[in-house]
Design a protein around this ligand. Structure first.
Ligand SMILES: [Fe+2]
Length: 205
């Protein structure tokens, strides 16, 4: 299989209230997930070729696969979604959908922030269920516990402490979430929504 590469074109800079130092630090962690996903793939193939699939080490690496892969993929959605100065009006379809479902975009966002403030490390993700047309906000523990199979991620919020430690320290999750809201690239969120609604796969890069 082909190797994954670090998608430099997704790296944001010049955000409104989130420093480049914070992004650079976080980017280094994302790079690690790309490298580990590649390394794990290689290691699993080697172990299978050597007839070691019944070993405890193989079982452990298999479990680790979901952690590293989701760590890589979720960061790619997350970084691509950060851009300052984009109005929610750039996401008319998404805005109408959350207004219909939650009463207002503010009510949807309040629910997302409530999910994002769940105790523990992980992600808050607004998912689109292509079967029912419903948008649900979910909390994901670590990178891999809580993602819903087949649902399309629309809005992805990293709430690991590393996402805000540089700018706000450990207690700064609320300040970070407020800053992140000012840097939502609503255009890409609309593109994800429209793709999901029409049953298409939205490509991360
Ligand atoms: Fe992260």
């Amino acid at each position: 299989m082909s190797e994954y590469t670090v998608r430099e074109e997704l790296k944001p800079s010049g955000l409104d209230g989130i420093s480049d130092a914070q992004i650079n630090d976080h980017w280094g962690l994302y790079t690690g997930y790309v490298n580990q996903s590649n390394a794990l793939h290689k290691e699993l193939e080697e172990m299978r070729a050597a007839g070691k699939t019944a070993s405890l080490t193989y079982a452990d690496r298999r479990r680790r696969f979901g952690f590293e892969y989701n760590g890589m993929v979720l960061h790619e959605y997350y970084f691509a979604q950060m851009k300052p100065g984009v109005s929610l009006d750039q996401a008319p379809g998404f805005k109408a959908a959350v207004t219909e479902q939650f009463g207002s975009p503010e009510a949807w966002h309040e629910d997302l922030v409530a999910a994002a403030k769940s105790r523990g490390i992980g992600w808050a993700i607004a998912y689109y269920d292509g079967t029912t047309g419903q948008i649900n906000n979910h909390f994901i523990q670590f990178h891999e516990n809580g993602n819903v199979g087949g649902f399309a991620p629309l809005v992805i919020v990293d709430v690991w402490e590393h996402a805000y430690m540089v700018d706000w320290k450990a207690m700064g999750r609320g300040d970070y979430l407020a800053a992140l809201h000012k840097n939502m690239n609503w255009s890409i969120i609309e593109a994800r929504f429209q793709a999901a609604k029409s049953g298409q796969i939205f490509k991360r890069f």
